[in-house]
Design a protein around this ligand. Structure first.
Ligand SMILES: Cc1cc2nc3c(=O)[nH]c(=O)nc-3n(C[C@H](O)[C@H](O)[C@H](O)COP(=O)(O)O)c2cc1C
Length: 206
């Protein structure tokens, strides 16, 4: 068994029904992956898989709506960690969303819906993903996916600018055929491009 497999085994054996933070080898980077209720959510599986193959530790945080698009079981299996969906999963004696926020080297949200972008822009904290986004001091990278008219709407543009001014980075969306049938800018950038960009951010942070 190689070191990577041993670490993964350690993470899996630490599972309980509550979110528990396993011991993380210090050389590993911790990536929090936020998954939101977009038709592109299925691509999060590929993102988790590629990031894990690169040896990173991944914790997935889903919005309530995201489970309509991809199951927590898929993301749990691919990440090797329980998926964080609501505050009640936390051990009541600790504050695990804050622990996660503190341990993160990066918060990536892919796909990021218009709704989640708006919530982050205004500092909502009523679910684990938005609370972690407020609490973390790690870099934040958003990969939006939505209908092109939603992306171009002045409300979304304002929200994106507001977040950019605070140092949040955006990757995409790109031009393509959208699930709603339109052709336009709104498609999630390819998972491989997201993973490459994650590496750039993590290397800058070293
Ligand atoms: C089939 C379907 C696909 C959707 N795809 C998107 C999408 O790609 N981007 C988006 O911003 N909203 C999309 N929505 C709307 C979001 O699901 C909705 O705004 C939701 O409240 C977002 O919640 P969340 O950001 O908390 O996950 C879609 C809705 C449906 C029914």
């Amino acid at each position: 068994m190689n070191k990577y497999d041993e670490d993964s085994k350690e993470v899996i054996e630490n599972h309980s029904h509550e979110i528990s933070l396993p011991p993380i080898p210090s050389r590993k980077k911790v990536i929090l992956l936020g998954v939101t209720a977009s038709i592109a959510a299925y691509k999060a599986a590929e993102i988790v898989s590629q990031l894990r193959q690169r040896g990173h530790v991944i914790f997935v945080i889903m919005t309530a709506g995201a489970r309509n698009f991809i199951t927590p079981l898929t993301l749990q299996t691919l990440s090797g960690n329980l998926v964080f969906e609501n505050f009640l999963q936390e051990d009541p004696t600790s504050c695990q969303h804050i622990e996660l926020a503190d341990r993160a080297d990066l918060l990536l949200i892919a796909p990021a819906t218009a709704h989640t972008i708006a919530r982050l822009a205004y500092g909502f904290a009523d679910d684990p993903l938005s609370a972690v986004a407020l609490a973390t001091r790690a870099p934040i990278l958003l990969a939006p996916a939505m209908n092109g008219k939603m992306w171009m709407h002045p409300a979304t543009c304002d929200n994106v600018n507001r977040l950019r001014e605070r140092g949040v980075e955006f990757l995409g969306p790109v031009l393509g055929r959208l699930a709603c049938g339109y052709e336009g800018v709104g498609k999630l950038i390819e998972p491989s491009a997201i993973v490459e960009h994650v590496e750039i951010i993590l290397n800058k942070k070293k």
